[in-house]
Design a protein around this ligand. Structure first.
Ligand SMILES: [Zn+2]
Length: 150
């Protein structure tokens, strides 16, 4: 499910990831913020807030991240072109634009030479740029899209 959370963030969907055994905190937060719960836990599906329709929850059928992704995209009608690469995939924080000068000492020299557009996560300060890994992620996202249309 961690991988699924990262893929959703790559597409720009605000996604929180909860691990551990205490579901109450997750359920309370989802209710307060109008979130949809994606879970492998059938216990969640039996909760009164879910069966009563106050809280939307989707039981994920597969352990394989690609299958999970396809199920979520189909069920929630997600759009690959929603807001790709606007959230930090680790922290779920909206990325902030950074100028080339601001990242000079933070990225490898070859990246600095080639790239002009940079984004920074305000929480973990990871720098993102539209380089080859950006293109690789785009391709993977496109692949997901093509497969779910078939
Ligand atoms: Zn971050």
């Amino acid at each position: 499910m961690g991988k699924l959370a990262k893929w959703l963030r790559k597409m720009g969907y605000d996604t929180l990831f909860f691990s551990g055994s205490d579901d109450s905190h997750m359920v309370a937060r989802a209710l307060a913020e109008g979130r949809v719960i994606l879970t492998r836990d059938t216990g969640i599906m039996k909760r009164r807030v879910v069966t009563g329709g106050q809280l939307r929850a989707i039981l994920i059928n597969s352990d394989a991240p690609e299958q999970q992704m396809r199920q979520v995209m189909d069920t929630l009608k997600l759009d690959l072109r929603f807001k790709p690469f606007t959230l930090c995939i680790e922290c779920n924080q909206p990325l902030t634009e950074r100028s080339k000068e601001q990242v000079k000492d933070l990225v490898p020299p070859y990246v600095f030479q080639m790239q002009s557009q940079y984004m920074e996560c305000p929480a973990c300060h990871r720098i993102y740029w539209r380089g080859t890994h950006w293109q690789a992620m785009s391709r993977r996202l496109e692949e997901f899209g093509n497969k779910s249309n078939n």
